[in-house]
Design a protein around this ligand. Structure first.
Ligand code: FMN
Length: 333
């Protein structure tokens, strides 16, 4: 079943973000305003394929059935490990599998993964084909325009489209541009034309600098052949960004949402790897990183006179209960 075919048009997606979009934060975003599709953080297929490495992937692959459709994003370089990981993810109940061909991180690119695959198009195509042969789930790809120059998209995107992925998400920048220049919206019409020409059945999602529904409407008015829009960092400045009514959250609503995220953290802080299937059992108790929670404080505690003071007190906390006490005693004038 290809869930991409049943989505509204245009659809919205929360971007995969390492150390951000775990089950805790996805649940919190859903509580604020739900996107049409969720993605996990990316999981390395080589780690997943190794008996020793598999347990380390459990935190990023934890999800609940009410998050569906949810896509597991994977990365790596060995086609056989994509096949093995994809079929395990299918058994776990994910709705789809996305292959990362856009990550710019040095340690990922150095071994030829993420945007490094732009330099090895034959391998990129083989990875898509091998993953597809292993599962019935829809296979999608997230990538960038190119490695060094924006016009590399003319050669690179046809390689991906030639494999007919269920969805292609294009982050409208090159690897070299990282996130340092404005996204190249001006190329959308040419990318649509490539999709229509090579693989009209592939959904096309656009990513880069999109902040909220108001902006999605504006882009979609111009480029109505785009199927979906993916928001990443925009969720930090407005966690209600997927709300079609353009809801402006009050200070108290944001703090309530923060308390919800703390509760979700407590619920999922002990990571249970048994759902992964085969893994090396050991006595180690895996825990979700507590300090990672503090990256989110600015999402909620902002835009009032004592916000900076309150944030500083929260940064000093060592437990969720300490944070709750700080919030209970806060001067919210
Ligand atoms: C903290 C962080 C982590 C990210 N991790 C991933 C990832 O695991 N997989 C991926 O495909 N992209 C990842 N990205 C890139 C985003 O998915 C997205 O493509 C990028 O932020 C541009 O979109 P935006 O301008 O809406 O943020 C990450 C971005 C950020 C800021």
């Amino acid at each position: 079943m290809n869930f991409w075919d049943g989505l509204p048009r245009p659809f919205t997606a929360l971007a995969p973000m390492e150390d951000v979009t775990d089950v805790v934060f996805r649940h919190t975003v859903a509580r604020a305003a739900r996107p049409d599709v969720f993605f996990t953080e990316f999981t390395n297929v080589d780690a997943f394929a190794s008996w020793r490495g598999r347990a380390s992937t459990a935190g990023r692959l934890t999800f609940t059935s009410d998050e569906c459709p949810i896509v597991a994003q994977i990365w790596g370089t060995k086609p056989e490990n994509f096949a093995l990981t994809a079929s395990a993810l299918e058994r776990m109940g994910f709705s789809g599998i996305d292959i990362n061909m856009g990550c710019p991180a040095k340690d990922v690119v150095k071994i030829g993964g993420g945007s490094g695959l732009i330099h090895t198009p034959a391998l990129a195509a083989e990875i898509i084909r091998t993953a597809r042969a292993a599962v019935e789930l829809p296979i999608s790809v997230k990538t960038r325009l190119g490695y060094s120059k924006a016009d590399e998209y003319k050669e690179w995107l046809p390689v991906i489209l030639g494999e007919h992925p269920a969805n292609l998400t294009v982050h409208l920048r090159t690897r070299k541009e990282m996130s340092n220049v404005p996204a190249h919206y001006e190329l959308i019409p040419e990318i649509i034309a490539l999709r229509d020409d090579i693989s009209p059945e592939t959904k096309l999602s656009i990513n880069g600098d999109i902040t909220d529904w108001a902006q999605i409407k504006e882009i979609h008015n111009k480029y109505s052949a785009v199927d979906g829009y993916m928001i990443g960092r925009g969720v930090f400045s407005n966690i209600y960004c997927f709300d079609g009514s353009e809801h402006l959250a009050s200070r108290d609503e944001l703090i309530r949402l923060f308390r919800f995220q703390l509760d979700e953290y407590d619920k999922y802080k002990r990571i249970d790897p048994t759902f992964l299937g085969d893994y090396e059992p050991n006595d180690r108790v895996l825990r979700r990183d507590f300090n990672g929670l503090k990256h989110f404080v600015k999402v909620y505690i902002k835009d009032f006179p004592t916000a900076a003071d309150l944030r500083a007190k929260i940064y000093a906390c060592q437990t969720t209960d300490e944070i709750r006490t700080v919030l209970n005693n806060a001067n919210l004038s």
